[in-house]
Each structure stands twice: as C-alpha cells, then as structure tokens.
Design a protein around this ligand. Structure first.
Ligand code: ADP
Ligand code: ADP
Length: 233
C-alpha cells in the first residue's frame, strides 16, 4: 500500500504574466518504508517537490496524500506541523543557545508531550545516533558530523510517518559524507520510515536508494531501482 501519493502535482511561482511553472503535474506512489532518492539537474524542481510534501510550499494544483493504518488524508492545506513529517536540511539550523538535549526535545515540548515521554524519545534517538555523551553540549562545541546527527535526532524523535531530506550531506567533507551516508542507511534499516531524499550525488543515490526518481525540467522522467536507472542507455 502506498504511504504517500502525488497526483498531478503542479507548482507555479509568481502570478500573471510573470508566472513560471516549475513542476508540471507529477504523479508518483511511494510505499510504506521505502527509501526514495530524487535526483536530477540543478533547477529541475527536486527541492520544490520535497518542500511541497513538507508543506513549506503551497501546491498550485493536484493532490498530496498520506496514508497510514488510520486511513488516508489529503494534506494539501495542512501546515508543516500538522503533517506527519520531519525534515533534515543541509544547514542543520540547530538552536545555538540550547543544549543538544534541548535541541532534540524542543519540538516535542511545543507539541505538548509529557516530560517522561520526551526523555524516552530523546534518549532512544541519542543511543541510535551515538550522541549519549554529548547531550549537555551546545552546537558550537560539536563537529560538523555531530551537528548533522543532532539534526537527524531532532527529526527521529518526532516519530514521523515520512522523513524528508534536502541534500543533507552537501555541506560535509568527503569523509564525513561517507560516514553519514552509512548512518542514514543504518537508521533506515532500524526504523523503516518512508524517506524521500533529494541529492545530486550519484554515490549517495546508489548507496541509499531502494527506488530512484529521476527528474528533469519539472517532470519525472524515470522511476526505478538504481540498477535499472543506471542501466538505461
Ligand atoms: P532543484 O532543487 O532541482 O535544484 P528547485 O526546486 O530549487 O530545483 O527549483 C526549480 C525551479 O524553480 C528553478 O527554476 C528555480 O529557479 C525556481 N524557483 C525555486 N524557488 C523559487 C521561488 N521561491 N520563486 C521563484 N522561483 C523559484
Ligand atoms: P493528533 O495529530 O492531533 O495527535 P491524530 O494523529 O490521531 O491526531 O490524527 C487526527 C485525525 O487525523 C484522526 O481522525 C486520524 O484518524 C487522522 N489522521 C492522522 N494521521 C493520518 C494519516 N496519516 N492518514 C490518515 N488519517 C490520519
């Protein structure tokens, strides 16, 4: 059963004569627990598509549907916080004045979860990401890789139905990129959360993708396993 469906999703920026359509009616179905990597040249609409799923951009036409055991719902008009998603960006956007623990707990506090439940979720995420000894530090006392792990921890504790990654590794050096790639793979193996991961890096796509979406000029050109996609002439 598809956990996430895109139906005729269109995005136009601007109005009237200056309007520019950048996503032209995308249809796709993503299965529960799938790791999907979206690739394509710069400016083809990858990030826009992801941001529409997140609710950070309005869609101009079409439908985005989330489906789980409770049923299905069209999320077009829902705010990001009302969608069952968590997003990891390339600039981790951690709160500089908060500890690692508070960075991970903050969203859950806002959502009104009780303290014990917050503690349980943050401890579990910290264990998975090997952040247990760093919980009292501030972001400036962390390496780039550790910061990226905190950003992932903040996403994990929400226990979302869908993870969205917008080029999360592109600010890391080659060694850290390789490490973090493997961490993301391990996380997905452990948690099995449906994931959409945008990148322009072929190695990332090959390492992470169960299926790849190849975009070009606002359209999906191909969807398939990495082997199938790279086997195309
Ligand atoms: P990608 O992520 O594949 O590099 P984007 O989704 O960022 O591509 O951009 C797709 C197209 O939409 C590009 O032509 C870009 O210039 C345009 N675009 C992106 N954001 C905006 C915006 N806020 N306003 C106007 N045009 C935008
Ligand atoms: P809250 O987010 O306020 O804790 P729920 O997550 O239980 O509440 O969802 C509120 C309503 O939306 C319920 O009627 C639930 O069945 C429905 N709902 C929540 N998530 C989904 C989903 N992914 N697909 C379909 N229906 C959902």
């Amino acid at each position: 059963m598809a956990a996430l469906s895109l139906r005729g999703v269109v995005k136009r920026y601007g109005f009237g004569k200056s309007a520019q359509q950048v996503v032209h009616g995308v249809d796709a179905e993503f299965d529960d627990g799938e790791f999907i990597v979206i690739v394509g040249p710069s400016g083809c609409g990858k990030s826009t598509l992801l941001r529409m799923v997140a609710g950070l951009e309005e869609i101009s036409a079409g439908q985005i549907l989330f489906r789980n055991a409770k049923g299905e719902r069209v999320v077009n008009d829902l705010e990001p916080a009302e969608r069952d998603i968590a997003m990891v960006f390339q600039n981790y956007a951690l709160y500089p004045h908060m500890s690692v623990y508070d960075n991970m707990a903050y969203g859950l506090k806002i959502a009104g979860l009780d303290k014990a439940e917050i503690r349980r979720r943050v401890d579990k995420a910290a264990a998975i990401l090997e952040l247990g000894t760093l919980l009292e530090r501030r972001p400036r006392q962390l390496s780039g890789g550790q910061r990226q792990r905190v950003a992932m921890g903040r996403a994990i504790v929400r226990q979302p139905q869908v993870f969205l990654f917008d080029e999360p590794l592109s600010n890391l050096d080659a060694k850290l990129r390789a490490q973090t790639r493997l961490e993301i793979r391990r996380l997905h193996a452990e948690l099995g959360i449906t994931s959409l991961f945008v990148t322009h890096d072929q190695v990332e796509a090959m390492t992470l993708a169960q299926r790849m979406v190849v975009m070009n000029a606002g359209r999906i050109e191909q969807i398939g396993t990495p082997e199938a996609v790279y086997a195309e002439p």
